[in-house]
Design a protein around this ligand. Structure first.
Ligand SMILES: Cc1cc2nc3c(=O)[nH]c(=O)nc-3n(C[C@H](O)[C@H](O)[C@H](O)COP(=O)(O)O)c2cc1C
Ligand code: SF4
Length: 505
């Protein structure tokens, strides 16, 4: 018999450490010596703390488990949820990037290898940089951090650049509201990120990597740091990566936590010890990035998806998806939702299915009014857009964006004018201050929305005009995309801004 208990920080926040204490006391009382393996999360956050027991027939699940439930579970007096992998939320997923998360001991390299780990790096180590690029391009992988830029093309720019030093920087700032996929991978399958970064290094000639994350992620930082030490000791990192004759090493750097430090050039400034201010582009970070050297900046999920592409083959990955959105996407369902968690699926599932069917509707039991997709800069989609399939172009066509695939659900009590005001306020607070449309525009946006709330209908035109200026004139997407939540709230719910639908059009 083996027992598995999550030590992911979401599980901890919900009481998994108290369950762990109760578990060892109950096992001692029963006189049993059983291996208790602490794992990452399976992603079904509403079931955390999730306890799994394997008696040789697969892993049976109980959750959410309270300390007082443990003795009864061990005595066979509490009915389980069945096999974890047969719980509908889990069974309906296609787990490629998250295949091992919640399954293995995150810091056991042998466990990682036993579940397919390092197969991708071993294969990539036999390939030329050019062949690696071909494989990346065939996979169709696009950046999962927000912009959806093709990863193979970015790597190729760095590969082709001539420089004495190149870098791989992993963007683990994860500032978007309702997102936790990066944290889950770092806590639950850290070697996967290390492997992806090492492949990027071998491909481009970069010998040094950094994972840039935030101080709010102490568990992820600790797990990543320990995993790097173990990977180095095992020759996965270092002067001779898996005997390839090529070098790659990496470390974790922790920022204080500012939303704008997730923007890649601001991140690079922060990584260099400077204030997190956005840099003008060009030059692209791929040519002049960290310390002025060619740098790949990729999101955690982009990099953690690379190993499975090389393990199973680019075509296997590309066979999933829709249109130009290839492979799978870990959708993070959060907010006022019954079944919140991480749902990895091939692109193409409709937004409505994700929210109503997979997510189970709202936690409050009231009707869903809107969802915000893609973080604080993402548009609000009302139910009239629930047919939209999850795909970059499909969302773009509806005036939205996927971003880091966070879906935040609101019920019919949500105040959409208030949410539009919040978007402007967020931008004003988080603005790096470099350009006027964002620095000043966001403050004026809050004031204008306050005027609309007080019944000043003429201010709506001013708001629309201001949003156009921010969209066209901002240096980065913080100021440039804040109009998305504001205008989508106005367009979908005009009556909350004192307008009729016709007047809004
Ligand atoms: C204000 C702002 C915040 C961002 N925050 C993040 C973030 O937290 N994580 C991330 O990966 N990308 C973030 N991005 C996108 C990055 O600038 C960049 O596009 C991304 O790291 C590239 O990696 P990818 O190609 O793998 O997606 C942000 C962009 C902006 C404008
Ligand atoms: S849009 Fe805002 S965050 Fe971006 S550069 Fe301008 S002031 Fe800075």
């Amino acid at each position: 018999m083996k027992i598995y208990l999550s030590m992911d920080s979401a599980a901890k926040a919900l009481g998994s450490e108290e369950v762990a204490v109760a578990l060892s006391a109950a096992l001692e009382a029963r006189g049993e010596t059983v291996e208790v393996i602490r794992v990452g999360s399976r992603g079904m956050v509403w079931l955390e703390p999730l306890l799994e027991i394997d008696r040789g027939q697969g892993r049976e699940a109980w959750g959410p488990v309270a300390p007082e439930d443990v003795a009864g579970i061990l005595a066979g007096e509490v009915e389980s949820l069945g096999l974890t992998e047969e719980i509908p939320f889990f069974a309906r997923q296609t787990r490629l990037t998250f295949a091992r998360c919640g399954v293995i001991d995150p810091l056991s390299l042998p466990d990682y290898e036993a579940h397919g780990g390092l197969a991708g790096l071993r294969r990539a180590a036999t390939m030329t940089g050019e062949a690696i690029i071909d494989e990346m391009k065939t996979s169709g992988l696009r950046g999962r951090g927000g912009a959806g830029f093709p990863t193979g093309i970015k790597w190729d720019t760095v590969r082709m650049a001539h420089a004495d030093q190149k870098y791989i920087v992993c963007n683990a700032d994860e500032g978007d509201s309702g997102t936790f996929a990066d944290r889950m991978i770092m806590e639950g399958d850290p070697f996967c990120l290390i492997e992806g970064m090492a492949i990027a290094g071998l491909c481009t000639g970069a010998t040094k990597g950094y994972v840039y994350t935030r101080s709010e992620y102490p568990d992820a930082v600790a797990v990543m740091r320990e995993a790097i030490i173990r990977a180095r000791a095992a020759g996965v990192l270092g002067d001779d990566v898996l005997g390839s004759g090529r070098a790659f090493d990496m470390e974790v750097r922790v920022g204080a936590g500012a939303y704008v430090c997730g923007e890649e050039t601001s991140l690079l400034n922060s990584l260099e010890g400077k204030r997190g201010v956005v840099r003008a582009k060009p030059p692209l970070p791929a040519l002049e990035g960290f310390l002025g050297k060619p740098t790949v900046v990729n999101n955690v999920i982009s990099l953690a998806t690379v190993p499975v592409i090389f393990e199973k083959g680019a075509q296997h990955f590309a066979d999933f998806g829709l249109g130009r959105s290839r492979g799978t996407i870990p959708v993070q369902i959060a907010g006022n939702v019954k079944h919140g968690g991480l749902f990895e699926t091939a692109f193409g599932m409709s937004l409505g299915d994700l929210v109503e069917d997979i997510g189970g509707g709202t936690a409050s039991g009231r009707p869903v009014k809107a969802v915000q997709i893609g973080g604080p800069l993402g548009a609000y989609f009302g139910r009239d857009k629930f047919d939209t399939p999850f795909g970059y172009e499909e969302f773009d066509g509806q005036g939205g964006l996927i971003g880091h695939a966070g879906v935040v659900v609101f019920d019919d009590s949500a105040d959409m004018l208030g949410m539009a005001r919040f978007a402007m306020e967020f931008c004003a607070v988080e603005s790096c201050g470099k350009c006027t449309p964002c620095r000043i525009g966001a403050v004026r946006g809050v004031e204008t929305l306050d005027r609309i709330k007080q019944g000043d209908g003429a201010a709506v035109e001013l708001l629309t005009d201001l949003c156009e200026t921010m969209k066209d004139g901002s240096l980065c997407a913080l100021g440039g995309f804040t109009p998305y939540p504001v205008m989508s709230a106005l367009e979908s719910f005009p009556e909350e801004f004192g307008l009729t639908k016709e007047a809004a059009e």
